[in-house]
Design a binder for this molecule. Structure first.
Ligand code: UDP
Ligand code: UDP
Ligand code: UDP
Length: 457
C-alpha cells in the first residue's frame, strides 16, 4: 500500500456459533491493526447470548470497527431442521439479499468482503453485482475443507466414498469413520447445503483459512496445486488467528480469577485442561466416567463442564451432577467450572501441560499457538477429521475409538491422559516445535502474515 492509496475497507460477515464468530472477530481486529477499515456485519437475533455478548463487548473495545446488523427472519416451526445453528444458517441464507444495499451505502466504499463458509453460496450470489473481491474465511481444518471441496466428486462415485479410506488427491486418506454420517446420506439437507457452498468456491477471489502452512503442509499444497477441486481459488492460510483481549461479559470474573490464581501456584506443565467447546454437552454417563478418571488419577486439572447445548444457562449445580464426595476429594487438586472461561488464558498459562479437547478447530489452533499437547476426543461434525490432523501434525494423541459413539471408561481416560502428561520429552518437544512454527507463521514475513498482503494490500 503506498501513502496515496486509501486503506482497504473490508466487510466481514460471520454466520452463527462461537466457533465461527470468534475467528471473524480475530480477523476483524487483525485487519484493523494492519490499517484497514473494517465493517462487521452480524446476523441478529443471534442464536446464543454468548454470541451477542461477545459482539457487543468486542465492538465497545474496538471502537474503530463499524457495525451493521442484518435482521434475519427466524424460520417458522414447520421446518424440519432441529439444530439451532443449522436453523440460523438457513435463516441467514434467506436474508442475505439485504446485505447488498447495506454494502452499497457504506462509506468509504467497501473494497472486499469476507464471508463464512456456511453461507458462501448465497453470499456469492448476493454480492455478485458489486464486483468487489470476495473471500471465504474457512474456520475448520484444511483437511476438512478439502473434504467439503471434494464432496461433489465423492458423491458422484458412491463406491469410492463408502470405502473404509476416502482418497482425495494429495491429501492423507480420511477414515470413513471420520466423515460426519449425514455426508453419506444422499439428499440430506446438510449435504445439499455443503454441495451448494462447495460449488460456489470458484466464484471467490480466495479462501482464507485459520490454519498455517507448517501445520497442514501437504493438504494446503494439494489444495493450491489444484488437485482437490477444479477452479479453486488460492487458499491463503492466516492462522493461528491471534486472540483479542476484551473483557468477556459472560466470563464470571470470580471464577476466572480463581482459575488463574490457582494455576499461578501450580508447577509448570502439571495441569490437564478439559473442555469440549462452546456447543457440546456430554451425556451424563460420560461425565461420570470423566469424574471417576480425574478422581483416580493424580493429575491436577481444570475441567469446563458444559451441561447444555446453546448457552451456559445451566440450572443444575455441579454438585447435583458430580456429587459432593467427588468435589471434596478433588478440591485441592482441581477445579470444575460450568461457566464460560477465557480459554486462551488457560492454554497460555505455563502450568497447563495438556488439553483434553473435542477438536473444535479454534481450540486446536489455540493449542498449536501455545504448544499445548492434545488428547483428542472428537464428537461430531468436522472434529474427527480435525483429530486426524492433530495426530499427523504431532500435536497430540487420539484413540480412534473415542469419537462420541460410546462411553469412554475412566481407566482408558487415565491411560490416554498419562500419555500426554507423563509422555516425557518427546511429546513436549513436538508440541513446542508446533508453537515455534505457529509463531513464525504469523510473525513478520511468515507464511500466514504474507497471506494478508496477498489478499488485502
Ligand atoms: N471458548 C472459550 N471459553 C469457553 C468455551 C470456549 O473461550 O468456556 C472458546 C475457545 O477458546 C474457542 C471457541 O470458544 O476459541 C470454541 O471454538 P471451537 O472451534 O474450539 O469449538 P466449538 O465451540 O465451535 O465446538
Ligand atoms: N459447513 C458448511 N455448511 C453448513 C454447515 C457446515 O460448509 O451449512 C461445514 C463448515 O466447513 C464447518 C463444518 O461444516 O466448519 C462443520 O460445521 P459446524 O457447524 O459443526 O462447525 P463448527 O461450529 O463445529 O466449527
Ligand atoms: N452437528 C453439528 N455440526 C456438524 C455436524 C453435526 O453441529 O457439522 C450436530 C448436529 O446437531 C447433528 C449432530 O451434531 O444433528 C450429530 O451429528 P453427526 O451425525 O455428525 O454426529 P454423529 O452421528 O457422528 O454423532
Amino acid at each position: 500500500m503506498t501513502s496515496s492509496t486509501p486503506p482497504p475497507h473490508v466487510a466481514l460477515f460471520p454466520s452463527a456459533g462461537m466457533g465461527h464468530l470468534l475467528p471473524f472477530l480475530r480477523l476483524a481486529a487483525t485487519l484493523n491493526s494492519h490499517g484497514c477499515h473494517v465493517t462487521l456485519i452480524t446476523a441478529e437475533p443471534t442464536v446464543s447470548i454468548s454470541e451477542s455478548d461477545h459482539i457487543s463487548t468486542f465492538l465497545r473495545f474496538n471502537p474503530k470497527i463499524n457495525h451493521q446488523s442484518l435482521q434475519v427472519q427466524p424460520l417458522d416451526s414447520s421446518t424440519d431442521i432441529s439444530d439451532p445453528f443449522f436453523k440460523q444458517f438457513e435463516a441467514i441464507r434467506r436474508s442475505l439479499h439485504l446485505v447488498t444495499p447495506m454494502l452499497k451505502s457504506t462509506s468509504p466504499p467497501v473494497t472486499s468482503i469476507v464471508t463464512d463458509i456456511t453461507v458462501s453460496a448465497s453470499m456469492a450470489e448476493a454480492v455478485s453485482e458489486l464486483n468487489i473481491p470476495s473471500y471465504v474465511l474457512c474456520t475448520t481444518s484444511a483437511k476438512f475443507f478439502s473434504l467439503v471441496c471434494r464432496l461433489p466428486v465423492l458423491i458422484s462415485d458412491p463406491v469410492n466414498f463408502e470405502a473404509e479410506k476416502i482418497q482425495i488427491p494429495g491429501v492423507a486418506p480420511i477414515a470413513k469413520s471420520s466423515i460426519p454420517p449425514p455426508f453419506l446420506i444422499p439428499g440430506h439437507f446438510f449435504v445439499k447445503e455443503l454441495l451448494a457452498n462447495a460449488t460456489s468456491f470458484p466464484k471467490f477471489k480466495g479462501i482464507l483459512i485459520n490454519s498455517f502452512t507448517e501445520f497442514e503442509p501437504q493438504t494446503l499444497k494439494a489444495l493450491n496445486d489444484g488437485k482437490v477441486m477444479h477452479g479453486l481459488p488460492p487458499v491463503l492460510p492466516i492462522g493461528p488467528l491471534p486472540a483479542v483481549d476484551y473483557p468477556i461479559k459472560e466470563v464470571n470474573e470470580e471464577s476466572q480469577c480463581r482459575i488463574l490464581q490457582w494455576l499461578d501456584t501450580q508447577p509448570n506443565r502439571s495441569v490437564i485442561y478439559l473442555s469440549f467447546g462452546s456447543r457440546t454437552a456430554l451425556p451424563v454417563d460420560q461425565i461420570t466416567e470423566i469424574a471417576k478418571a480425574l478422581e483416580i488419577c493424580s493429575y491436577r486439572f481444570v475441567w469446563i463442564l458444559k451441561l447444555s447445548k446453546v448457552d451456559k444457562e445451566d440450572r443444575e449445580d455441579l454438585v447435583d451432577i458430580l456429587g459432593q464426595t467427588f468435589l471434596n476429594k478433588v478440591k485441592n487438586r482441581g477445579i470444575v467450572i460450568k461457566e464460560w472461561v477465557d480459554q486462551e488464558k488457560i492454554l497460555s498459562h505455563s502450568a497447563t501441560g495438556g488439553f483434553v479437547s473435542h477438536c473444535g478447530w479454534n481450540s486446536i489452533m489455540e493449542a498449536a499457538e501455545w504448544g499445548v499437547p492434545v488428547v483428542a476426543w472428537p464428537l461430531f461434525g468436522d472434529q474427527r477429521v480435525n483429530a486426524e490432523v492433530v495426530v499427523d501434525a504431532g500435536l497430540g494423541v487420539w484413540d480412534r475409538s473415542w469419537s462420541g459413539q460410546r462411553v469412554v471408561e475412566a481407566e482408558e481416560i487415565v491411560k490416554k491422559v498419562a500419555e500426554v502428561m507423563d509422555g516425557g520429552e518427546m511429546i513436549m518437544r513436538r508440541a513446542e516445535l508446533v508453537r515455534v512454527e505457529a509463531m513464525r507463521a504469523v510473525g513478520d514475513g511468515g507464511s500466514s502474515d504474507a497471506s494478508y498482503v496477498k489478499a488485502f494490500f
